[in-house]
Design a protein around this ligand. Structure first.
Ligand SMILES: NC(=O)c1ccc[n+]([C@@H]2O[C@H](COP(=O)([O-])OP(=O)(O)OC[C@H]3O[C@@H](n4cnc5c(N)ncnc54)[C@H](OP(=O)(O)O)[C@@H]3O)[C@@H](O)[C@H]2O)c1
Length: 257
């Protein structure tokens, strides 16, 4: 994810390579990053970090405690710390770094294509211009939405953070059904992917509600209605919601405050 942001920041001229520090601990990975020429590649102890005005935290949550001890001394009081780490609250990050200006965001994996969606929330001490800067940075990977209430990030994690995997799962199962009905895998894949793409544009552009869109496809006594009879009998909709609530519960369990 850190690399996605580095690439997006350069691509959209938010910073020049001469203004970007890529912080990496592994020697082998440092060499790989240097070849990409996105910016200067440094270790977490490098004093140049102290000259930055924004620090993006993109390590795994379990690596943050180690990283915080390495960078804590390097943070000047005006640096904006922007975390995309799942589950670590603003309060926790703030305590570990002994730093107030913390912005927290939850992106999702289509960020790499510039089609992500990111929810963002901030410590009360973060100034509007610092928040705008963080939002500007995150917008290079798609859309952003600001949330007053940090606790809603657990729902965001369950909905859009994990969301791409739900769609992959639905696509996978539709392709499997196509194969089971005798279609070639390639044909089934093309049919399902194009159906998903077309359906997305209908949701976005048609002047109809989701219910109306369903009714428009499901004529009385027809094939779609036959499929929906099974969805209803097996409570597929309710179970999908239950799965998402379980993801939210897990986000709460993993949360460190
Ligand atoms: N992937 C997603 O779809 C997604 C969505 C939303 C949020 N997030 C959040 O984004 C964060 C990053 O996820 P990811 O999937 O990009 O993880 P990742 O591929 O493991 O990237 C983390 C990077 O941080 C490096 N690192 C670890 N400790 C470090 C330290 N002390 N100093 C410098 N670099 C260090 C790791 O190096 P090594 O490999 O050498 O340890 C690795 O290159 C996570 O907190 C995750 O919760 C991810």
């Amino acid at each position: 994810m850190g690399l996605i942001y580095a690439k997006a920041l350069i691509k959209y001229n938010i910073v020049k390579p001469s203004e970007l520090l890529l912080v990496e601990k592994s020697k082998a990975r440092m060499e790989e990053l240097k070849k990409m020429q996105l910016g200067e590649v440094v270790t977490p102890e490098n004093p140049k970090i102290s000259e930055s005005d924004l620090l993006l935290l993109a390590v795994k949550p379990q690596d943050f405690d180690e990283l915080s001890t390495q960078i804590k001394q390097l943070l000047h009081p005006r640096i904006t710390v922007l975390s995309i780490m799942a589950g670590l609250t603003i309060n926790y990050i703030s305590k570990q770094l002994d730093h107030k200006l913390v912005v927290r965001a939850m992106p999702n994996s289509p960020a790499g294509l510039g089609m992500g969606v990111t929810a963002i929330t901030a410590h009360v001490n973060v100034l509007p211009e610092q928040l705008r800067k963080a939002e500007h940075l995150l917008s290079t990977t798609g859309r952003t939405v600001y949330l007053e209430d940090e606790s809603q990030l657990d729902a965001v994690t369950a909905l859009s953070g994990s969301g791409p995997a739900y769609f992959f799962y639905i696509v996978q199962n539709m392709i499997e059904a196509g194969k089971a009905m005798g279609l070639d895998e390639g044909v089934a894949e093309m049919l399902v992917k194009q159906t998903m793409l077309g359906s997305f544009h209908l949701i976005n552009q048609a002047d109809k509600s989701l219910d109306e869109l369903i009714v428009a496809v499901a004529s009385k006594g027809g094939t779609t209605e036959a499929a929906f009879k099974v969805f209803e009998k097996e409570e597929v909709g309710t179970n999908l919601q239950k799965a998402i609530f379980n993801a939210e519960a897990r986000a709460k369990e993993l949360s460190k405050s």
